[in-house]
Design a protein around this ligand. Structure first.
Ligand SMILES: [Mg+2]
Length: 385
């Protein structure tokens, strides 16, 4: 079996997300935007698709990357040689971790569709459900509005709730801002209102998305300890390894990260050995299923948890193939004030993260990534790549 085709299937979807001039996302007017799914096919009719069902985050290759980087390495190769192909892509300086992640997921999907097994079965299935935390969108409003939203999520079954507070946002003017200054006091006011409203029996987390200084992180971390928060995620920019080491030594609350630092399993191993993180973090944007599996196993060997960043079909399959003592939660969101559940993109027949009434995401066990594409929608909205 040899890979003969690699292509992008491109179609339009309605989106309201856009970037501010400071690089952070915000809501804008609804518009039609292109969305692409990578397809890999073989000479004997096997196919794999890279689609995560979690819009707005995962890397989508450009057409020139497919033509100039991916095809020269993969065309003619056996798609089941995932580890060998991962090593080839990882050693090639033209490949980003996101690009490797996208291609690797399509290769795993192909192997699963070919065998009729889910990716988690190919990896070794560990469980059929995982605890979810409701993950808020940032910049939702007042402490009272966050507290009411947390209460709504609790009523919907969630046992855990993660606050994204004021991120690249000025809460006094209620408008997008450069990220510095940050607003740690206002963020803690939100965290306190949430804790006081939901009570003691809900796990709570804060993610400031890298905008605090070390002093601000230490101050906020101690307030979160007083409020019995579960972890403190990604408080500073992740180019700052030594400040993270100091933060971890200063705080009792576990610090979770790095989330966005480049380097995949290799940089995460260094952060762990530096004691610059207490709970690890990664997702399939960092080397795909192959890369995340290596990372999770590395953390397990060091006696550390690894919280998987964001939802999506591939991350769900990794969670289905890992023990709850290592990867505890599924990140479900990002939820706005009027939402307690995620919405399903129109080109999918089912969401990546169906939920039971008891705060768990049910983990699919269908072929490959368990992603069922709605070809009627895709073909009706198809555009040139
Ligand atoms: Mg985060």
């Amino acid at each position: 079996m040899k890979i003969t085709e690699i292509e992008q299937i491109t179609f339009t979807v309605t989106t309201s997300g856009r970037r501010t001039k400071w690089g952070y996302g915000e809501l804008g007017p609804e518009r039609e935007a292109p969305h692409s799914i990578t397809r890999i096919a073989t000479d004997d009719g096997q196919e794999g698709y890279a689609e995560q069902g979690w819009p707005g985050y995962f890397y989508t290759p450009r057409r020139d990357e497919i033509d100039d980087l991916v095809k020269p390495i993969l065309i003619g190769e056996d798609p089941l040689d995932r580890e060998r192909l991962w090593q080839l892509m990882s050693r090639h300086y033209g490949f980003t971790e996101g690009l490797i992640g996208n291609i690797d997921c399509a290769l795993w999907d192909l192997a699963g569709r070919m065998t009729g097994l889910s990716v988690s079965r190919l990896l070794g299935r560990a469980r059929g459900k995982v605890k979810a935390y409701a993950s808020t969108a940032p910049n939702l409003g007042t402490p009272e509005q966050y507290a009411q939203h947390a209460l709504d999520c609790k009523a919907a079954g969630y046992k855990a709730y993660k606050v994204h507070a004021n991120i690249f946002w000025d809460p006094t003017k209620q408008e997008a801002a450069p990220g510095r200054p940050a607003y740690p006091k206002e963020d803690v006011d939100i965290c306190r209102a949430v804790r006081e409203t939901v009570g003691d029996d809900m796990a709570l987390m804060l993610d400031p998305w890298g905008i605090y200084t070390l002093d601000e992180s230490i101050w906020v971390g101690h307030r979160l300890e007083e409020l019995d928060y579960t972890f403190f995620e990604h408080p500073m920019h992740e180019r700052l390894v030594e400040p993270y080491r100091k933060l971890c030594s200063e705080l009792q609350i576990p610090v979770c990260g790095p989330e966005l630092a480049p380097g995949g399993v290799f940089s995460r191993a260094e952060w762990a050995l530096q004691h610059a993180t207490d709970i690890g973090r990664t997702d399939i944007n960092f080397g795909g299923i192959t890369g995340v599996r290596k990372t999770v196993d590395m953390y397990e060997a060091l006696g550390m948890k690894c919280e998987i960043h964001v939802g999506g079909f591939a991350n769900a399959q990794i969670l289905a193939a890992t023990d709850a003592d290592i990867c505890e939660y599924f990140e479900r969101g990002l939820l706005r004030l009027d939402e307690v559940h995620t919405s399903t993109p129109p080109y999918l027949k089912a969401p990546c993260d169906p939920m039971d009434g008891d705060g768990n995401v049910l983990l699919w066990d269908g072929p490959g990534l368990s992603c069922e594409l709605d070809w009627d929608y895709i073909n009706d909205h198809r555009v040139a790549a």
